[in-house]
Structure formats: structure tokens, C-alpha cells
Design a protein. Structure first.
Length: 107
């Protein structure tokens, strides 16, 4: 119980000190104004940074999408190139076969 009374006395003393604070002190008022200006400036900078971050994120997503499209296109082109090479090989084999047949007929 004694500690409760002591705590109450300390709280009352703290409240009295808070009530007696003189906010008309020019230094305190100036510091509060400076802190308010700095707070506002930081909020503006934060908003600008968030907008920039969003813009960069959007750019990243767009570039990632384009990169994916280019990679898909590259795969398609490689597949076409492989198929084309296979067709050329088949034609070469058929040509060789035909030349062999022609040679047989001529001899």
C-alpha cells in the first residue's frame, strides 16, 4: 500500500511539473516549429520516395515481362532454326540418295 501512495505522489509531482511548463519560452517554441518543419519535409520526401519506388517497381515489372517475351521468342526462333537444319539435312540425304540413283542408272 505504501508503494501505491509513493507512486501517487510521484505522479502528482510529475503532473504539477507538466502543468507548470512554460511553452511560451521562445527557444522551445522555435524548436517545436523547426521540428514541425522538418517533419513536414520528411513526409514530403517520404511521399516522393514512395512514388519513385512505385514507378521503379512498375518499370521493373514491365521490363521483366518484356524479357520473358524475348526469351520465349528466342526459344521459338531456336526451335525453328533446329527444324530448318533438320529439313536441310533431310534434303541433303535425299539429294545424296538421288545422286546415287542417277549414278547407278548411268553406269
Amino acid at each position: 500500500m505504501n508503494s501505491v501512495i509513493e507512486k501517487e505522489k510521484k505522479l502528482n509531482l510529475a503532473l504539477t511539473k507538466l502543468k507548470n511548463l512554460n511553452f511560451k519560452n521562445p527557444d522551445i517554441k522555435k524548436n517545436i516549429e523547426n521540428l514541425s518543419i522538418q517533419k513536414n519535409q520528411l513526409e514530403i520526401e517520404k511521399q516522393e520516395l514512395e512514388e519513385r519506388y512505385k514507378s521503379l517497381t512498375d518499370d521493373y515489372n514491365d521490363l521483366s515481362k518484356k524479357l520473358g517475351e524475348f526469351q520465349n521468342q528466342e526459344k521459338i526462333e531456336k526451335k525453328k532454326q533446329t527444324e530448318f537444319s533438320e529439313k536441310i539435312d533431310e534434303l541433303n540425304q535425299e539429294t545424296d540418295t538421288l545422286l546415287d540413283e542417277i549414278d547407278k542408272w548411268q553406269t
